[in-house]
Design a protein around this ligand. Structure first.
Ligand SMILES: C[S@@+](CC[C@H](N)C(=O)[O-])C[C@H]1O[C@@H](n2cnc3c(N)ncnc32)[C@H](O)[C@@H]1O
Length: 215
């Protein structure tokens, strides 16, 4: 939990309580439904929660925006982002229903009322559009973009930043690791790439990246 406070200083009391509660909840649920590798569960805050919040460090999602987490598994990055952005709505989707049970239990336990879940393959979702899609460790960028693009509104957002304003476009934001050159080439997209080692100093983030494909 301290590692979150090292990088994010402005959590409310409620947010601190919600983040703090994740440890016991995920330990308990992970023993029943494996969503986090057993060797990583002791590094929940670094490897899962902080990793998810890399998106919050780079993107200030506007109040009222609607975000889909494609292949959320046990709720990453969607759950940490939903705690971080209480006024943003998150729709967490996975093709394996039992993983969503963990999210529903966590949601209930910590009062996370800006989260909905859906058991579906991303490519089967119809008749609903989102402002952003987020995703971690799910599929090659080509597939992810193929699933996300039809689900995205094409919309520009203006947000306050550093005493001025910045504009950014709705799009897909995904967390990935390793050598991404071939995958990016095959996707036919030109994503912006953010090295997570520029955001967080822990060794774990040295080979981790965030890709942003504007809609
Ligand atoms: C490696 S896990 C990552 C889970 C989570 N994003 C995380 O980082 O902990 C990949 C997840 O993507 C889901 N998935 C794979 N293809 C999918 C699709 N087409 N639609 C929805 N979920 C999918 C899988 O069921 C699995 O839960």
């Amino acid at each position: 939990m301290d590692i979150l406070l090292k990088y994010f200083a402005d959590f409310s009391e409620k947010q601190q309580q919600q983040f703090a509660a994740l440890n016991a909840l995920y330990k308990d649920w992970n023993a029943k439904i494996n969503v986090i590798s057993r060797k990583d569960i002791d590094s929940l805050y670094e490897k899962h929660v902080l990793h998810s919040l890399a998106i919050a460090a780079a993107f200030d999602f506007p109040k009222g925006s609607h975000i889909i987490d494609i292949g959320t598994g046990g709720g990453f990055p969607g759950v940490p982002l939903a705690i971080f952005f209480p006024e943003v709505r998150f729709h967490l989707v996975d093709s394996i229903n039992k993983k969503l049970k963990i999210i529903d239990a966590v949601k209930e336990a910590i009062g996370l009322d800006n989260v909905t879940t859906q058991h579906s393959r991303a490519e089967d979702i119809k008749n609903i559009k989102f402002d952003f899609a987020v995703s971690r460790a799910v599929a090659p960028l080509k597939d992810l973009w193929g699933w996300a693009k039809p689900l995205l509104k094409k919309r520009d957002f203006t947000v306050e930043a550093d005493g001025g304003y910045t504009v950014f476009r709705s799009g897909l934001i995904c967390l990935k690791g390793g050598d991404l050159a071939q995958e990016i080439f095959e996707s036919g997209t030109k994503p912006q790439m953010i090295e997570l080692s520029r955001l967080f100093e822990e060794e774990y983030f040295e080979t981790k990246y965030m890709l942003y494909v504007p809609a």
